[in-house]
Design a binder for this molecule. Structure first.
Ligand SMILES: Cc1cc2nc3c(=O)[nH]c(=O)nc-3n(C[C@H](O)[C@H](O)[C@H](O)COP(=O)(O)OP(=O)(O)OC[C@H]3O[C@@H](n4cnc5c(N)ncnc54)[C@H](O)[C@@H]3O)c2cc1C
Length: 465
């Protein structure tokens, strides 16, 4: 078995939770949740908080946190910079509601961690969206103006010297700061949620993959050695959805996000000026993002390296990052003070990129009581708390702003069929790489590369993919 990615390995090594037993019987439940990442765990927790007597079973194929939730960058961000997409798809009133809800999610996660003593290094020190090449200057101006016009902007532009000081790097040429963002050790957060779910009485089975679901009332979730007959089912298996259900084959593209982390070097970080839990993201299509950790490391990531044919998970997603050296070069270009500090680890993972760049929720085709939610597109640490609220509301049969939200109308677009999607992704990815390399070195990108790169921009900015 491959070594687990850094965060989840660190969290597992530091905790005292025993693995939950695999399911080896036929059982009955009010609610069965499949997938033990942020989405599944928040759904379970919120459902139990709302109705303590509800019998909730959660099935996880591996251990809770084995997926994206235990290996992401830990940037807890909002949907404010997605305002244009939200407004185009859902109208202004819902867009405003969702931006505000995404900001509330950051505060809710913080309060939840405090109330339940989850020590996950949650630091609400804000975020900086910057330009790291002249071509990126002005990229955020329009959306910041629109947020301001609607009276919902938490952002302000900082003087360049202040951007460089807070980001610990002279690479940044402009920057917008919002205090409504945080960073977190995601492995510790997901394992903390697991602990609270167990305390609330959720019946957890790890090492228990769902093999299939037979629709009906109750629906039957089958596993290799057992089954759960449940009145309601929530499927929260993220990047595994497309491989598992044909109806979603074209609704997401599976794209890697790759990252490296240094050994602790608090003094070198101090020398760069970067401290606290601020997250820094530049404005290229496949953004660079970085932050320090509570124990004085620097984590640096970039998305958009590996694309999976047919939306299937690939073995490489569980291996060290194939772009370790390129990431290290970029890290050192941003923060030269860390050039002599060894890397502790590299890893990557699969992000579920939807056509809109937003997650979608709904009811599985041909069922009345099986709900799903995925497609966070590289921005799911904060929004998966909203995902939990949506799926909890659907599973409990509520009529509220979440169940009436257009977010629950399923996927709002399809990628082209294979092999066009895969080949197209590679052509566009390579064009973006050439365009950004040219911009980084002050050259004018080729017109064809600029045109091809617009395909990614048209589908919505790729966040951290
Ligand atoms: C490398 C990387 C970096 C990222 N960085 C950031 C970031 O900095 N900020 C941010 O906001 N977002 C980031 N994201 C996205 C974010 O991590 C995800 O959107 C979020 O964790 C999704 O949570 P989830 O619970 O829906 O999915 P997951 O955490 O993937 O959980 C799904 C679970 O389902 C389980 N499962 C799969 N199949 C089955 C089955 N058949 N039966 C039972 N269980 C099954 C898996 O084992 C897994 O534990 C990143 C993602 C990646 C991959």
């Amino acid at each position: 078995m491959n070594a687990r990615p850094f965060w989840i390995a660190q969290a597992l090594a530091q905790e005292a939770q025993a693995p939950a037993p695999a399911l080896r019987e036929a059982t009955r439940a009010d609610l069965c949740i499949v997938g033990g990442g942020f989405t599944g765990l928040w759904t379970a927790i919120l459902a139990k908080q709302a109705r303590p007597a509800l019998d909730v079973v959660l099935l996880e194929a591996d251990v809770c946190g084995a997926g994206a939730s235990g290996r992401n960058g830990g940037c807890v961000l909002t949907w404010s910079t997605k305002f244009f997409t939200l407004r185009r798809l859902y109208g202004e009133a819902e867009a405003v509601r969702l931006v505000q809800a995404s900001e509330q999610a950051v505060l809710d996660i913080e309060a939840f961690c405090r109330d339940h003593a989850i020590d996950c290094e949650f630091r609400r020190d804000g975020t900086l969206y910057t330009a790291s090449a002249p071509a990126q200057i002005g990229a955020s101006d329009a959306v910041m103006g629109a947020l301001q016009a609607c009276g919902i902007s938490s952002w302000h532009r900082l003087p360049v010297a202040e951007v460089q000081r807070r980001a610990g790097s002279r690479q940044h040429l402009e920057g917008w700061f919002s205090p409504l963002a945080a960073s977190v050790q995601p492995g510790k957060l997901v394992r903390g949620l697991r602990r609270v779910a167990l305390e609330l009485g959720v019946r957890l089975h790890e090492g228990t993959p769902m093999v299939d679901i037979a629709p009906g009332s109750p629906a039957m979730v089958r596993t290799p050695h057992g089954s759960v007959a449940a009145d309601r089912v929530v499927v929260a298996i993220n990047a595994w959805m497309a491989g598992r259900f044909r109806e979603f084959e074209r609704s997401i593209a599976i794209v890697s996000s790759d990252m490296v982390i240094t050994e602790p070097a608090p003094q070198s970080l101090e020398a760069s000026g970067l401290n606290g839990g601020i997250t820094v993201l530049d404005s290229r299509t496949f953004v660079h993002y970085y932050r320090s950790t509570a124990d004085g490391r620097l984590m640096f990531g970039k998305g958009g390296n590996t694309f999976a044919y047919g939306g299937r998970m690939l073995p490489v997603f569980d291996q060290p990052s194939p772009c370790r050296e390129a990431l290290a070069r970029s890290l050192h270009a941003f923060i030269p003070q860390l050039a002599g500090v060894p890397l502790a680890a590299s890893w990557n993972g699969a992000s579920d990129r939807s056509v809109t760049g937003l997650p979608f929720f709904g009811r599985l085709r041909g069922t009345a009581n099986v709900f799903y939610g995925f497609g966070y597109s590289g921005n799911g640490v904060g929004p998966s708390r909203m995902g939990g609220e949506i799926l909890c509301a659907l599973a409990l049969g509520r009529d509220d702003a979440w169940t009436r939200s257009p977010l629950v109308r399923g996927p709002l677009g399809m990628f082209p069929p294979e092999p066009i999607r895969y080949l197209g992704s590679i052509v566009v990815r390579n064009a973006i790489r050439r365009k950004e390399a040219a911009e980084d070195s002050g050259r004018t990108p080729r017109a064809l590369d600029r045109r091809l790169a617009q395909f990614a921009a048209a589908a919505g900015k790729a966040d951290k993919q």
